[in-house]
Write a protein that binds this ligand. Structure first.
Ligand SMILES: *Cc1c(COP(=O)(O)O)cnc(C)c1O
Length: 409
């Protein structure tokens, strides 16, 4: 039996479909965000990162770095165990309290990542509800889909952000059937926002529980960085709010925040929580520092929105196909996997601009795109250079431009 053949065939398939992934070997420079060194086969080069999910640059904030170093020096590196066996340390307990407060919930529970929090969180919650029907937005993240699958519960998918379709499914299920609605607050590939208030209305009317992934909004929206749910005044109406410490908070880890009974049940039953080593103390301290900073400082949030608006305006005025939305994500439509990869390669190699191509299966075939994420630290000069580089690449690859809008110029 030639086992190796199975793997090479699988890889060939990805190459044929033009979706074999190549990772950029980066060395970020603390204090010089968004500048980084790109380690190429030909040696190191300076590049500007335009696709990081460290949306606010908090991963390099002096308070966050300071907290990590101070805690590592005082307490060492790892947690040294699972939560049950010697791994529950004080910075982790403080972080969970900080997160519960951030979302105005009774309790919060930390996981190794946002992925794990969704996968094991949804699976455990749904499994503990007898005969639970899960209603899932069609564009939900893979981690939620895996959690739903793992729960073994029946699931129905509603059209993206379509509350009429959701209502139809809720009504069909009837008032007696336990139901869990799973959706995101901000969908990161299109940058659109879920109708949370309407979803809460429906959940209350039809007796359903709500589980909201706020990964791409926590830290960035709401007066204290509680996310879109805080901004829209619906946090108290959401049963389970899930978030990450790996994006706007610049660290690593995931969490859910909810009523104490839900948190205690997940803590007690979730395999992906129980059978794994707890997050290290330095990471927990760093995340707490980031959350605390963003609870009171709105400079990052305001500047972030202003920068995103500027990038959209400049690229749009240049005729580049910005996919419109109301958030900080700037997707540029390409619509072809090869052109998307080629555009990304040219930007990196010829312009020192790093924007990873987003191809299937992350987005639907035919909607391949460059996903640009401006941060508070992408200044006017960098924005102008981005627009010039994109125009050159668009011309080189014969990609279509829209009518230049003179008014915006
Ligand atoms: C990134 C992401 C996650 C996973 O979070 P990590 O902390 O990176 O594991 C979950 N949900 C959505 C919508 C995401 O984009």
């Amino acid at each position: 039996m030639d086992y190796n053949q199975f793997f090479t065939t699988a890889l060939d398939r990805l190459h044929d479909e033009r979706r074999y992934r190549v990772f950029a070997d980066l060395e970020r420079m603390a204090g010089r965000f968004p500048h980084a060194t790109w380690h190429t086969p030909k040696g190191p080069r300076n590049v500007v990162i335009w696709c990081s999910n460290d949306y606010l640059g908090m991963g390099q904030h002096p308070k966050v770095i300071g907290a990590m170093i101070e805690t590592a020096t005082r307490m060492g590196t790892g947690a040294g165990g699972t939560r049950n066996i010697a791994g529950t340390h004080h910075p982790l307990v403080q972080l969970e309290a900080e997160l519960a407060d951030l979302h105005g919930k009774e309790a919060a529970l930390l996981f190794t990542s946002g992925y794990v929090s969704n996968q094991t969180g949804i699976a455990t919650i749904a499994r503990l509800i007898p005969n639970c029907l899960i209603l899932s937005d069609e564009l939900n993240h893979n981690s939620m889909i895996e959690g739903i699958r793992q729960s073994g519960c029946e699931r129905k998918i509603f059209r993206h952000n379509d509350v009429a379709h959701l209502e139809e499914l809720l009504r069909t299920a009837g008032p007696e059937r336990p139901k869990l609605i799973a959706c995101e607050s901000l969908y990161s590939m299109d940058g659109d926002v879920g109708p949370l208030a309407k979803i809460c209305d429906l959940a209350e009317r039809h007796g359903a529980m709500t589980y909201v992934d706020g990964v791409h909004a926590v830290g960035m929206y709401g007066a204290r960085g509680g996310g879109v749910a805080e901004r829209d005044g619906v946090m108290h109406r959401i049963d389970v709010l899930e978030g990450t410490l790996g994006k706007a908070f610049g660290c690593l880890g995931g969490y859910i925040a909810a009523k104490a009974s839900i948190i205690d049940a997940v803590r007690s039953y979730a395999p992906g929580f129980i059978f794994t080593t707890a997050l290290p103390p330095p990471i927990c301290s760093a995340a707490t520092a980031a959350i605390r900073h963003l609870k009171t400082s709105s400079w990052e949030r305001e500047r972030h929105q202003e920068r995103a608006a500027r990038v959209k305006a400049i690229l749009g005025a240049a005729g580049l196909p910005v996919m419109s939305n109301e958030t900080h994500i700037v997707p540029l439509f390409v619509g072809n996997p090869e052109a998307c990869k080629r555009a990304s390669d040219l930007l990196l190699e010829e312009h020192g601009i790093y924007i990873q191509p987003i191809n299937y299966p992350t987005v639907a075939k035919g909607t391949e795109r460059l996903r640009i994420t401006p941060s508070p630290y992408h200044d006017d000069g960098l924005v102008d250079r981005l627009a010039e580089a994109l125009l050159q690449v668009w011309e080189r690859l014969g990609l279509p431009l829209k009518q230049r809008s003179l008014a915006a110029e």
